[in-house]
Design a protein around this ligand. Structure first.
Ligand code: ADP
Length: 293
């Protein structure tokens, strides 16, 4: 069950954003009748939305395949505090798409080579081709988030990056990108719960990083940095959405809806045949048996 209009409800900025006023456990836009088991409801709803996501993505992919000059594409930017659910969102929502038309890139600590270039260098190399849905698991926004909180560059340098990011995204949109920028918004309590879960389950040890606990102590700094991003980098052509993400089932459903709305804005169609289909049918029906030997 899709919910048109979720993008309006979840949009924040530009201008002052009070993240503390957005409850990470809230469920904006949720239909009244989700029944007794919201998780089950969400799974079914996402499967239903997934059918349409798949169809839309196929039209995007097919159009680019047919027309070399085709420019449309989607780029979803996922940002969150540690344990915010980026990986789960990719699995559950992007997992609905045809992997052939998806390009997922994660951005970790920059390598020495990446650091030797301007911060957008590695981002530009990772952009999706026309017809493809790109997903950034972290993004250029880390360069005004973690970099700012840890003072990895002078304030002047990260301060200049807001304008650089805005110009970069304006250019992407002009080139045919539809941007879906999502901040998964979790509470410190939920993060603690998820970190503890990782410690209780040996199959999740690989996901646990002791430095995540140190990062928790900087929570207010990160929230302030996020608020600045949302305030300064969310014009109408490249808006930010804040998805309350303490409830995973809501988070997945909301992001699926945001992606579906974005694909809908592209007004996609299947490319028409560039051949005479009736003539082709006649040829196939009238042909002599093809000898396979
Ligand atoms: P994730 O936490 O996204 O699952 P990792 O455990 O590999 O993935 O963490 C990636 C780390 O890289 C994060 O701590 C993030 O803050 C850091 N990082 C990403 N981009 C930058 C950057 N531009 N400068 C410094 N650190 C960065």
């Amino acid at each position: 069950m899709a919910s048109p209009g979720l993008s309006k409800l979840l949009r924040v900025g530009p201008g002052p954003v009070d993240l503390a006023a957005i409850d990470p456990r809230s469920t904006p836009g949720l239909p009244k009748k989700v029944g007794r088991d919201p998780k089950e409801w969400s799974r079914a709803a996402i499967a239903e939305i997934g059918v349409e996501l798949f169809r839309q993505q196929e039209m995007l992919f097919a159009s680019a395949k047919e027309h070399p000059e085709y420019r449309k594409r989607v780029l979803m930017v996922l940002q969150a505090m540690d344990c915010g659910g980026k990986d789960g969102t990719i699995k559950n929502v992007i997992g609905q798409l045809n992997p052939q038309g998806v390009h997922i890139v994660g951005f970790g600590k920059p390598t020495a080579e990446e650091l030797s270039h301007p911060f957008l260098w590695r981002i530009k190399r990772a952009l999706p081709a026309a017809g493809v849905v790109g997903v950034f698991n972290r993004s250029h926004y880390e360069d005004v988030l973690v970099v700012r909180v840890h003072e990895l560059v002078p304030a002047r340098t990260w301060g200049d990056r807001f304008g650089q990011i805005n110009r970069f995204e304006r250019q992407l949109v002009d080139e045919g990108y539809e941007l879906v920028k999502v901040m998964l918004h979790i509470s410190p309590d939920e993060q603690r719960k998820r970190l503890l879960e990782r410690l209780e389950d040996p199959t999740k040890f690989w996901k646990y990083n002791p430095s995540d606990v140190d990062e928790r102590s900087r929570w207010p700094d990160y929230q302030a940095a996020y608020a600045d991003v949302l305030e300064r980098c969310g014009p109408d052509h490249a808006p930010w959405y804040v998805v309350p993400a303490d409830r995973k089932w809501y988070r997945n459903w909301a992001v699926a809806n945001l992606l579906l709305e974005a694909l809908g804005r592209l007004k996609l169609t299947y490319p028409p045949a560039d051949f005479d289909s009736a003539e082709e049918r006649r040829r196939l029906e009238g042909e002599r048996q093809v000898n396979s030997s």
